[in-house]
Design a protein around this ligand. Structure first.
Ligand code: RIB
Ligand code: CA
Length: 311
């Protein structure tokens, strides 16, 4: 079976960390590179966190630095859910020696797309600043990428405002560039990612695996769980694992093609992914496959099975 080449652009972040572990473990995928963007935390933290997770899983992936701030707006981080260090305030060592890459993410993504013409899947699990910058600086990239699978947005609802989800709200201008790029998009919005939650018993079952990655999943998600529980939620949504899981197990999901565009001007609706899924009036074109449901039990079971394979 030919592996699917994948580039992960992330703002590591606790659920980004789980998504990287999952992508590394899934035999259907081949992670060809990673890049970090500001988002959940500053770029310095997300960049180093991504390398910390690579060391945790025993992978020597190259990790490239991206945006220190959104295209036009100041950065608003998500430390309430990801902790001050971005990994739930759990300490993980950096690779030793730690030799950070210097090539900017947008140039590295282009080089990788040129190495895998028409085949590279760009998985974006943070704000879309790096993807938008790459598509703008290198117009040829749109014709080289197979697709962009992004965690972001929502056909209904939001988690930063009633209208907007964090990754899109953090850089709506970047998101609009991506949604209008013409690259085939799979949108994993809150509609589906909130269903992909790990409940307390699930979290305990990862610790019970006994390996360091199982314990890591349990430990880094405790910070989020404490915050989410106080809001009355029943578990910790694995937002960022959804695009990764979809690549290897699309059968777990349902979705619908739709026109999706991003509000960049609204006062109440800034960062909303406006879709024509349920409206009589349709946009003039479909721009994304919007995922709407996931089989949670099978999602959790496969995630646990994959994490069990790691160190
Ligand atoms: O809204 C959820 C998204 O925001 C996830 O990617 C999480 O990591 C945060 O970045
Ligand atoms: Ca993220």
């Amino acid at each position: 079976m030919e592996k699917i080449p994948v580039w992960i652009d992330c703002d590591t972040g606790v659920d980004d960390a789980v998504a990287i572990m999952l992508a590394h473990a899934l035999e259907e995928l081949s992670v060809v590179g990673l890049s970090a963007t500001c988002g959940n935390q500053t770029l310095e933290r997300t960049f180093r966190n991504t390398s910390r997770i690579c060391r945790l899983i025993g992978a020597d992936y190259r990790v490239f630095p991206g945006a220190e701030k959104p295209l036009l707006r100041p950065l608003e981080n998500a430390s309430m859910f990801h902790g001050q260090n971005g990994l739930g305030d759990v300490d993980f060592p950096l690779p030793d020696p730690y030799v950070p890459e210097k090539t900017p993410a947008w140039d590295a993504i282009l080089a990788s797309a040129q190495a895998y013409p028409g085949q590279l899947r760009l998985v974006a699990t943070g704000p879309l600043t790096n993807a938008a910058t790459a598509l703008t600086l290198h117009p040829e990239l749109a014709g080289l990428l197979h697709s962009i699978l992004l965690m972001g947005g929502a056909a209904a609802g939001g988690n930063v405002t009633p209208a907007a989800e964090f990754n899109i709200h953090a850089d709506p201008e970047a998101a609009q560039i991506v949604f209008t790029s013409g690259v085939p998009i799979v949108m994993c919005g809150l509609d589906v990612t909130m269903q992909a939650e790990l409940r307390p018993a699930d979290l305990d079952s990862f610790a019970a695996l006994g390996n360091r990655c199982g314990h890591a999943v349990h430990d880094i998600l405790q910070c989020s769980w404490r915050a989410l529980r106080s809001f009355g939620l029943t578990g910790v949504a694995q937002h960022d694992s959804c695009p990764v899981m979809y690549l290897a197990h699309p059968e777990l999901f349902t979705g619908q093609e739709a026109g999706v565009f991003v509000e960049t001007q609204g006062a109440l609706t800034l960062g909303k992914t406006v879709t024509d899924l349920w409206s009589d009036k349709k946009f003039d074109r479909k721009t994304a496959l919007v995922l709407l449901t996931v089989d949670r039990e099978r999602f959790v079971s496969i995630l646990r099975e994959q994490i069990a394979k790691l160190p």
